[in-house]
Ligand binder design. Structure first.
Ligand SMILES: Nc1ncnc2c1ncn2[C@@H]1O[C@H](COP(=O)(O)OP(=O)(O)OP(=O)(O)O)[C@@H](O)[C@H]1O
Length: 254
C-alpha cells in the first residue's frame, strides 16, 4: 500500500535522511522511533508531501504521491503535525474542516455531518463541541487535531507524537482508537512515538531511525536491548511481564 524507495532529504546542504527504504500495508500500526533530531518528523512530512525529497519515490497504491491532486491526496493521506496553531473556530467547525476533501461543492453533506458527529462522540468531545479552539487545554486541543484527521477518513494516517500533551488515560484512549481504526477499518497508521512501552503495546511494526537511515525495521523480534541501546545510546533491559515486553532503562543508583 505504501512504498518508500531510496528516499533522501536534506535541508539545503544538511542531509537528514539518506536512502530510506520502507514498506507498509493496510491495517498496520507502525511506530517510527529514534532519538530527538533523528529525522522522524522529516520522514512523515515527506510522506505527507509537505517536504519534497531530493531523491527517491513515495508510492501509495501503485501511484507516486507527487501525481495526486491536493484534494485526492487529502483523501488518501491524513497528517497530524507535532505543532499546530489554534484558530477562532469551534471544535465542531474544526473537525468538519477535516471533511473538506469529501465535499461536493461548498456545503457538507448529511454523511459529512454524521462522520463529524460520530468522531466527536468517539473522542468524548461532545461537551466541547461548540467551545472555541483557543479556549481548550493542550490535551483537549490535541484530541481535536487527531479527531479532525480521522474525520478526513484517509487510507494512511500519519501522526507526529500524537500523545505528547495527553494524560495517561487519554494516551491509552487515543492509541486504542487508532489501533481500532487500523484493525477494523484497515487504515495504515504511522505514528512517531517517544514512549517505547506504549509503542510496543499498540504497534505491530517498528522502524528505528538512526544516522539518517533505517537502523532496524520489523516486528517485536527487533525489540532487543542491543538494538534499543544502540539507537538511543543508553543501556536498557527488555523484560517480559504478563506476556508483554517492557523496555527498562538501566539507571545507576544516585
Ligand atoms: N526547517 C528546517 N531547517 C533546517 N533544519 C531542520 C528544519 N527542520 C528540522 N531540521 C533539522 O533536521 C533534523 C531532523 O529533524 P526532525 O524534526 O525530523 O527530527 P525528529 O526525529 O522528528 O526529532 P524530535 O524527536 O526532536 O521531534 C534535526 O537536526 C533538525 O534540527
Amino acid at each position: 500500500m505504501l512504498e518508500v524507495k531510496n528516499l533522501s532529504f536534506a535541508f539545503k546542504d544538511f542531509e537528514v535522511l539518506k536512502d530510506i527504504e520502507f514498506r507498509a500495508q493496510k491495517g498496520q500500526f507502525v511506530s517510527i522511533l529514534g532519538n530527538n533530531g533523528a529525522g522522524k518528523s522529516t520522514f512523515l512530512k515527506c510522506i505527507a508531501r509537505i517536504l519534497k525529497p531530493q531523491s527517491g519515490v513515495i508510492v501509495v497504491d501503485g501511484k507516486d504521491i507527487h501525481r495526486f491532486s491536493s484534494n485526492d491526496l487529502a483523501k488518501v493521506v491524513g497528517y497530524v503535525p507535532q505543532r499546530y496553531v489554534s484558530t477562532r473556530l469551534t471544535v465542531f467547525e474544526s473537525i468538519l474542516i477535516g471533511r473538506k476533501p469529501h465535499f461536493s461543492g461548498i456545503t457538507p453533506s448529511k454523511e459529512d455531518l454524521q462522520v463529524v458527529g460520530s468522531v466527536i462522540e468517539k473522542f468524548g468531545l461532545k461537551h466541547l463541541a461548540f467551545r472555541y479552539l483557543d479556549e481548550l487545554s493542550g490535551g483537549e486541543m490535541q484530541k481535536v487535531v487527531i479527531a479532525r484527521a480521522i474525520a478526513q477518513q484517509p487510507k494512511i494516517l500519519l501522526l507526529d507524537e500524537p500523545i505528547n500533551n495527553l494524560d495517561l488515560k487519554n494516551q491509552v484512549e487515543v492509541l486504542s482508537i487508532l489501533k481500532k481504526l487500523s484493525k477494523e477499518n484497515g487504515i495504515l497508521v504511522i505514528s512517531v512515538l517517544h514512549d517505547l512501552n506504549l509503542a510496543i503495546r499498540f504497534s505491530d511494526h517498528f522502524v528505528f531511525i538512526k544516522d539518517k537511515s533505517v537502523f532496524a525495521s520489523g516486528g517485536r523480534e527487533i525489540i532487543t536491548p542491543e538494538i534499543i541501546s544502540n539507537v538511543y545510546g543508553i543501556e536498557v533491559k527488555v523484560e517480559t511481564s504478563h506476556d508483554q515486553l517492557f523496555v527498562v532503562p538501566v539507571i545507576p543508583t544516585m
